[in-house]
Design a protein around this ligand. Structure first.
Ligand code: PXG
Length: 456
């Protein structure tokens, strides 16, 4: 079947008849059908009707180098020709994986020198959970099992990674394993009130210490955090928050896990947000931007503390996936890192497009629906509010955000709505012109949404 064979409606019906898409209401899917995406080039995706949409989300926060990159295609084709697959289970490895591991150790925060590969962020986080528990068993403290995460944290969709995440809707659907607890995030827009940043940073970090004391430090294995919470709504911590957090982790001897699945590979203007925020994690999750989404691949960077313990007396670690260290994914990752490096994408985000996105979006703050605009590198959130005074949020959470997202889409821009926040996470190759186009459509969408609500 090709797009020419079927009408849009037929594609949609066929899709709804057999495809259970992720995070989808299947009743809705059957009623309305999905948008069928056919191809992509640069910063644009195209649907089956030929509609061109500026991809302000880089796929799902992942297509860091943009679409249509021939060098990634060539790397995959070459590797498929040479060695399309071999496992790494029984004392074997492959050249792309050897090269990639060295490269990842070089660009990661100091002390993270070892990598375990998986296929998705969820699997990488499941791996971390097993590693952390095994680590504490090896340390003679097997009762340290609790992992503290944060509300609105997103760490994946497997039972364990969703339990570690702080999405209550997911917990309600059979992802509420024991030994995971959550503290409030440093969500200034909701919780800061009139505290200044330094005070709020200390207060928000103290929620971790309170939780550790409540549980008993001898039961706590780890604390996990995204440097900027992505799927939770691009929640940017106040300066100083993580300095307090790291001190608390040290004080109670707790493993510090940083999930860089979204923030990694240049998105914040450094290879990893940990470097921009001066974090020294014991373990770090990577996925998405590692291959710019061209192949599924994820990894766990394992710090010396945990790795040395495993090497010294861990025995065999009974964990791995058929495709751990897949040679084709590794070859694509290497070609992807080449693009990021050779095109200076990290410097560009840090020095040019990151600050420019911040300035351009700040102009929307005068809009009657906009309660706050925040950016961090090429991550952005525009919070929509019923009233700026307070602020007062909308009663029916997500409704207005959904309206605004739909208006943006009908004007050719893909944004994501998280609750009533509009989210952007564009490719790192985005230009100033792309940013101008994005902000112009965002304003049009805000005006149309205000029109729907009768707000002027
Ligand atoms: N950690 C973080 C920080 C993520 O953002 C994962 C782990 C899980 O990765 P996988 O590859 O298992 O999906 C993610 C994924 C959204 C959305 O709604 C975000 C993600 C996935 C799906 C939807 O914004 N992030």
């Amino acid at each position: 079947m090709t797009p020419d064979d079927l009408s849009t409606k037929e594609w949609q019906l066929l899709d709804a008849a057999h495809h259970m898409a992720p995070f989808t209401d299947y009743g809705e899917q059957r009623k309305h059908g999905a948008r069928i995406i056919t191809h992509a080039e640069g910063h644009y995706i195209y649907d089956v009707e030929g509609t061109r949409i500026l991809d302000g989300m880089a796929g799902l926060w992942c297509v860091n180098v943009g679409y249509g990159r021939q060098s990634l295609v060539d790397a995959a084709a070459e590797q498929m020709t040479t060695l399309p697959y071999y496992n790494n289970f029984f004392k074997t490895s492959n050249k792309p994986v050897v090269a990639l591991s060295k490269r990842l150790a070089d660009i990661s925060p100091e002390g993270l020198n070892n990598v375990f590969y998986a296929n998705s962020g969820s699997e990488a986080n499941d791996t971390i959970i097993r590693m952390v528990r095994h680590f504490w068993a090896l340390e003679g403290q097997p009762e340290r099992r609790v992992i503290i995460g944060r509300e609105y944290g997103y760490h994946g969709s497997t039972i364990m990674s969703a339990s570690m995440g702080g999405m209550s809707g997911m917990h309600d659907q059979a992802a509420d394993e024991a030994d995971f607890v959550h503290i409030r995030p440093p969500y200034g827009f909701l919780h800061q009130g009139n505290q200044d940043d330094a005070v709020f940073a200390a207060n928000a970090a103290s929620w971790l210490e309170d939780k550790i004391i409540e549980i008993g430090a001898d039961k706590v294995a780890a604390f996990v955090a995204e440097p900027v919470q992505g799927a939770g709504g691009v929640i940017v911590p106040p300066d100083g928050y993580f300095e307090h957090i790291q001190n608390i982790c040290k004080r109670y001897d707790i493993v510090f896990i940083v999930d860089e699945v979204i923030t990694g590979f240049g998105r914040t203007g450094e290879w990893f947000a940990s470097q921009r925020m001066n974090l020294s994690p014991d373990m770090m999750t990577m996925a998405k931007g590692l291959t710019s989404g061209y192949m599924p691949m994820s990894g766990v960077m394992v710090g010396d503390r945990v790795a040395d313990r495993f090497i010294a007396d861990g025995g065999e670690f009974y964990h791995g996936f058929t495709y751990s260290g897949h040679p084709v994914a590794a070859a694509v990752a290497l070609a992807n890192l080449d693009i990021i490096e050779n095109e200076g994408l990290i410097e560009r985000v840090r020095e040019d497009t990151g600050p420019y996105l911040g300035e351009a979006l700040a102009l929307l703050a005068d809009h009657p629906l906009v309660g706050e605009v925040r950016t961090y590198g090429l991550l952005a959130a525009i919070e929509l509010v019923e009233s700026k005074d307070g602020p007062v949020l909308f009663d029916k959470v997500g409704h207005v955000g959904g309206l605004c997202r739909d208006h943006a889409l009908s004007h050719g821009l893909m944004m994501r709505a998280v609750r009533d926040g509009m989210i952007l996470s564009p490719p790192l190759t985005y230009t100033r012109d792309d940013i101008d186009a994005t902000v112009a459509i965002a304003r049009t969408a805000l005006d149309a949404t205000a029109g729907d609500l009768g707000v002027s």
